[in-house]
Design a protein around this ligand. Sequence first.
Ligand SMILES: *Cc1c(COP(=O)(O)O)cnc(C)c1O
Length: 469
Amino acid sequence: MARFESAGADLRRRIPPVDQFLMQPEVRELTSRHGRELVRHHLRLLLEEARDRVSSGGGDSLAETLARLPERLSRRLEDVAAPHLRGVINATGVVIHTNLGRAPLSARAAARVAEMATTYTNLEYDLSEGERGEREAHVEPRLVALLDCEAALVVNNNAAAVLLAVNTLAEGREVVVSRGELVEIGGSFRIPEVLRKGGARLREVGTTNRTRLSDYRAAIGPETAAFLKVHPSNFRIVGFTESPTLEELAGLARETSLPLVEDLGSGLLARSEALPGEPAARASLRDGADLVTFSGDKLLGGPQAGLVAGRRSLVDAMRKNPLYRALRVDKLTLAALDVTLADHQAGRAAREVPVVRMLALSAADVRERAEALSDSLRTATPLQVEVIPGVSAVGGGASPTVELPTALIALTHPLAGPDRLAAALRAGEPPVVARVTDGRVTLDLRTVLPGQDSILGAAVQRAALDVSR
Ligand SMILES: *Cc1c(COP(=O)(O)O)cnc(C)c1O
């Protein structure tokens, strides 16, 4: 123990102090580019790492480590100077991939965001009256028209929408929820916890697989504040199941003068043949929900946001809740949402909104692109390339059982396993996120943006080369 300590102390003495490094010409040059404090910070970290490495005895000598320090410092500083959030190519075939940032915006929506970002706007200013205006005024009329409802509100995400609804309608009182709908959506959004954080008490009714209207009725008492129906998103209970229809529950809500809130999650505006069974906001409101909440960046294909639509009195109460101030969106979100909703309104979403367009692609559409890209990969790389049938997923908790037929490019490297090839793809620029299925790397072009096919081809070529080395 004593010997170890003195060896460590000895080592520390032999490593020159940070300030001495800062005098070296190469390091001085770095301070002029990156700033003295940043250079000092990373220099200190690198010296600590060097000390650990040398004292653990594994690897280089102290002299070698110190000689290489300026170069490592330079590379480290380049790394930290580059933006950390980067664009990636999504070749997974999961259209709404939460880890990959969900919906990519349309070029027009993105351009609008950039335009509004760099200027003052009428965000909360009524230009005709010359006085304070409402930030909701920019998108509420579109939502009201699209969903045929009285009022609408936008907050940071759907979790915030549910929280705000619960807190506004039921703080200190009870919310009635079926036991079959006490779900966790992922990313720690759990219905019982959201209710608790919203200040409401959960009143569970029914069982996991069967809940009847009479269960809801029996739960009503002086403490009842609202009914909450939750779309179970990424899971399904099948077999011996029962639950009242939304109309039946809405009938009970009207009879008892209690509000019925539905958390739809995915944000399909109107029913779609491509996604059977996926509830749509417009239909829920027509069938009697007093409020619906859904995400802006799932099936709607817009920016991250939580949309609330329904009765004017309830929406107004949510807007007046002090919590709204903490959950509201900024002008950039509103700019993107405005353009995205306009595309839906004008019936051009399938052409303009990337998520909607990707979902509408047929397997034949994807196969045509896959064949073209495969041909070029066969000539340009040592990879074994095959186009095979497969399935894409909607993702984002929407329509978990819907399988979209697709065509996959399956890649085999003659020398390296699929995990190494997949890692090389992720390490490239741009990074490519692919799937590994049955021992092969597969690329699903459904989620690769138009115009990215050749970029993807070049990235695969580089990755194939990297693992050959
Ligand atoms: C996705 C989802 C949420 C969470 O929405 P965010 O926009 O991610 O906050 C909540 N409820 C349901 C049913 C969902 O599917």
